[in-house]
Design a protein around this ligand. Structure first.
Ligand SMILES: [Zn+2]
Length: 566
């Protein structure tokens, strides 16, 4: 009898196939993608033919043949039409700010009269408002002393003398106030100025001039937005990012200007409206060290939900090259000065180590090569490999320091948008103050060659719009976006530092996920990861590099949900 049973099984096997089939429902995918280049960004840079998503999670990535059962049971099949499917992008350093955070905005205008008219117009049209916050005047529209020291308060007093007017410059380095504005911020001519900033004063009278520079901007309270308006403004901000292909960000306060609106983000998450994974930082300032450390610990506990987390402590070591405030190993070309750091090495070491011990990553603004060395020394002192400390910007790095990024597991978070000789900027500004060193600015490939995990970012609003495909293109060409011949020498900057397509995508995805401690959840197209995906209209591997900047995002999915479609 048993013999017949085996024979019966054998016949079943021949007719229906012997492998065990899971129940049909196991293949029931919500989404099935095919007919394009599906670049997984996994460890081996695998490209697969098909990908399936179920309940927000990637459940299959493989060949058409192996995916057949998923395709047959899929609720929706998406034809990539020869385009690409990639992990959702992650911006490694971005500011939560848009013109909408302010009452009035005057972007990119080179005309002083028009700028003043905009302010007059807004104030007259809103007579009941108690405080006026503006954004976007161009610092270069002024002349003489005002070009150097920022505009005078008297210009604004003439427009409004009884209520505060507080206006941020387009470059984010100056705030212009009227007399009531200073009163509102409790700033007098005797107020101590934070290190790294300036409360600008009249040289002769010692009175307030009208401008706050750099870290002195931290004395101004952020613009207040009513709850409902904040929600709308943040949703617009995230929609713009979703449309550019982002599904996660690391967001930070600026240099004394504009905090991150944590409550607003968390409210969106509670309302089920957040379509970004938000990781962020708060600033640790040397002159408020203890207060800031205790503050950030409280905030870390408060903002620690699935999508909104404070994970990093932001440090500034120096300023910017153009302002000769970057801290260099050799003096500036046009003076004997080499800048100075905002921290003493020993204090910095102790602060970085203490933040690491408290479970924070550190995220440090570094412009000069001497600052980069200080930051690496501090990371070495802190000796915390899995803290994944970040250095950001890094235009100049001592070649001897490249290998230390891997050794210390320090992550360079850099902005490829700037990696070419920008017209009317590179030569008159960078070359003028750095000399020949400017030819060796913005390393990229050197990090990769030395085994570091390089991560990319926009530093938006500094790069605006924060289009990652423009950054990928410039990383490949080191030349002006859209240029016909990428070897054209006119704008070409240090071509030896060009990276390849895989490396550029990795810096916006897998590596960036690692840099925000989210590599178990996002950053690659592997089974088990969140379905944070983007569909783009062209195959980046097969087009001329300077065409990459034109790439269009067709669809963005966050946790399997369509959050943008073109
Ligand atoms: Zn920044």
């Amino acid at each position: 009898m048993y013999k017949y049973f085996l024979l019966f099984l054998l016949i079943l096997c021949i007719v229906f196939g012997c492998e065990r089939h899971p129940a049909d429902s196991d293949f029931k995918a919500d989404l099935y993608f095919e007919n394009g280049v599906i670049y997984t960004v996994d460890h081996d840079n695998s490209i697969v033919q098909a990908l399936a998503v179920k309940e927000g999670i990637i459940v299959f990535a493989g060949s058409n043949v192996d995916g057949k059962a998923y395709k047959e049971a899929a609720a929706e099949i998406i034809d990539l039409k020869g385009g690409m499917l990639l992990p959702g992008f992650i911006d490694g350093h971005i500011h939560t700010v848009t013109p909408e955070f302010f009452d009035f905005v005057h972007f990119f205008d080179f005309n002083l009269d028009l700028t003043l008219q905009t302010i007059v117009h807004y104030v007259n049209a809103h007579p009941n408002q108690k405080v006026y916050y503006g954004f976007g005047y161009n610092v270069n529209i002024f002349e003489g002393e005002e070009l150097l020291k920022g505009p005078r308060k008297e210009r604004l007093d003439a427009i409004c003398s009884d209520k505060p007017l507080i206006i941020y410059s387009l470059d984010g380095h100056t705030i212009w106030l009227n007399s009531k504005g200073f009163e509102y911020c409790k700033i007098t001519k005797d107020t101590p100025c934070p290190i790294g900033g300036e409360i600008v004063k009249d040289e002769h009278s010692g009175e307030l001039w009208g401008s706050l520079m750099n870290s002195a901007m931290s004395l101004v309270p952020d613009p207040y937005l009513e709850k409902d308006r904040l929600s709308v403004v943040l949703q617009n901000f995230q929609s713009n990012l979703n449309a550019l292909g982002y599904t996660s960000i690391m967001t930070l306060p600026g240099n004394g200007f504009l905090a991150v609106y944590w409550d607003g983000y968390q409210q969106l998450e509670r309302d089920g409206l957040l379509s970004l994974r938000v990781r962020g930082a708060e600033i640790i300032k040397p002159w408020l060290l203890e207060e800031d450390i205790s503050n950030i610990k409280t905030l870390k506990n408060k903002y620690n939900s699935e999508l909104v987390k404070i994970t990093a402590a932001k440090f500034f070591i120096d300023g910017i090259i153009a302002g000769r405030t970057a801290y260099l190993m050799q003096p500036y070309q046009d003076s004997g000065f080499r800048g100075e750091p905002m921290w003493e090495q020993a204090t910095l070491n102790a602060a970085i180590a203490s933040m690491n011990r408290e479970g924070f990553q550190t995220h440090t603004h570094v412009m000069g090569d001497a600052s980069a060395k200080m930051a690496l020394d501090a990371a070495q002192f802190a000796n915390c490999f899995d803290c994944r400390n970040v250095l950001t910007h890094l235009p100049l790095v001592d070649p001897n320091d490249f290998s230390r990024f891997k050794t210390l597991n320090v992550i360079p978070v850099i902005q490829p948008y700037w990696f070419f000789k920008q017209l009317n900027y590179w030569e008159p500004v960078e070359y003028a103050v750095l000399g020949k060193r400017a030819e060796r600015e913005w390393p990229l490939k050197s990090y990769i060659n030395n085994g570091a995990r390089v991560v990319f970012s926009s530093d938006y609003p500094v790069s605006n719009p924060p289009n990652p495909f423009v950054a990928i293109e410039i990383g490949l060409t080191r030349n002006q976006p859209g240029i016909a011949n990428m070897d054209d020498p006119a704008y070409l900057l240090w071509p030896e530092e060009r990276a390849n397509v895989e490396e550029m995508i990795r810096g916006f995805t897998a590596n960036a996920a690692y840099s925000i401690f989210a590599e178990d959840v996002t950053g690659t197209l592997e089974v088990g990861k969140s379905a944070d995906l983007i569909v783009i209209d062209q195959d980046l591997f097969s087009i001329y590099p300077s065409k990459i900047g034109n790439t269009k995002v067709l669809r963005t999915y966050f946790k399997g949900k369509l959050v943008y479609s073109k």
